[in-house]
Design a protein around this ligand. Sequence first.
Ligand code: GLN
Length: 487
Amino acid sequence: MSDLYKLSGYEVSQKIKNQEISAEEYINLIYERITKIDKQINSFISKNFESTLLKAKQIDKKVKNNEKTGRLLGIPIGIKDNISVLGLKTTCASKILKEYVSPYNATVIDLLEKQDALIIGKMNMDEFGMGSSSELSHYGAVHNPWNIEYVAGGSSGGSAAVVSSLQVPVALGSDTGGSIRCPSSFCSVIGMKPTYGTVSRYGLVSYSNSLEQIGPIARTVYDIVLILNTICGHDLSDDTSINKQFDFTINSIDNILSKNYKIGIISNLIDSSENQVARAINKKIEKLKDYGFNVQETSINYSDFALAAYYIIATAEASSNLSRFDNIRYGFDFSPEGYEWNSYSSHVRSNFGEEVKRRILVGSFVLSAGYYGKYYLKAQKIRNIIKNEFNKLFKLFDILLLPTMPILPFKIGEKGSKPLELYNLDIYTILANLSGIPAISIPAGFSKDGLPIGLQLLSNELNEQKLLDVATFFEKDDKFNEWNPKI
Ligand code: GLN
């Protein structure tokens, strides 16, 4: 098989545009690769080859006829299975939605297709986005392409693994508390959670709507830029979407250095990480110093309270958002005969997975009369405190640097029955969601056993370009875009 599957999304679109390859040829090749590779990874829940191939042929026609083409010409994109695509199943990796076919497109899908991208399939995940390992799926765990005995991270594990294993160049994930960044870190790819409100959530199945954002996962910073420039922007169908134009770019190293960014190193969260993670991050910091970046140590307070606040807010919102799954408007084939309403409803909802049920129960509890002030209100106050912490830090720094995850990827099954241990892993990623700021995870090296480590960068609201600049610096310096697993 030729090496075309290693190309970035941008390279693919250029080759198709210049007629070096046809979109049809490329999609057939990708299909062959997916059929071969995904047996080991399990990143797809459903595939969309027939219609992709049809669209690829239309793209080839457009190119031949010299018609105007989009910036994502012929790029196959994997879509997390909680984002609605017209005519495709949107299962959220849940048994409860296993037959549900979306009757409309999420806004992001319309935007991608307008630029001639191809929706290649729906990606595996933790059920409804609840988890950090992509093991909690009705369709089985996603395997890490760097070592298939290990988890891929979650909850957008299928989206990160499919990109990392060179099946497709780009995927979309969603990030409520780290679900784009965690799997990107565990699979050694780039994942970005943009500022809250920059990407429309219309058509994203809500888990915790005040925290989550859709964002891109790719192997090159330029592909991240291309996707952001496509999906960011105002949408009348989403009241939280920001009315602003976005135009991100890739700057030269000289230009980046001339901006004299002040980078704050979150030392307390590096020190609390596993040794091998801290070592890899410290090496990256040395690199910044070598190049003359303005680097200074700092710390963030209250991060341990943030975790409690996150799990109260996220479960509270989830308990409300998931109440719509009653098997009347959405659901699978289940005959109501012989059931009265309450037993029918509880029978249907017993089909949620264990973790989802746990969260609905916790969320209903923290919102219940008499406890609202004790839990939910307090959590919102902590959210404000965290936001104020960031406001203070961003008066001093342009960018904050910390690990994406406190530990290395772990073995599949290792933390299965330990929900609290899994919750604790989100401690570095939830900060950006609670405060609505943008965050990116980029590859930062490997453990001695070859397991990926991710570096996280945070900036103030709408300052994504700063993150892209520092990510570009690292990409040019160590060429992490060329680090591929042997698969
Ligand atoms: N692991 C976190 C959770 O389970 C984050 C999930 C996400 O970002 N969707 O809530």
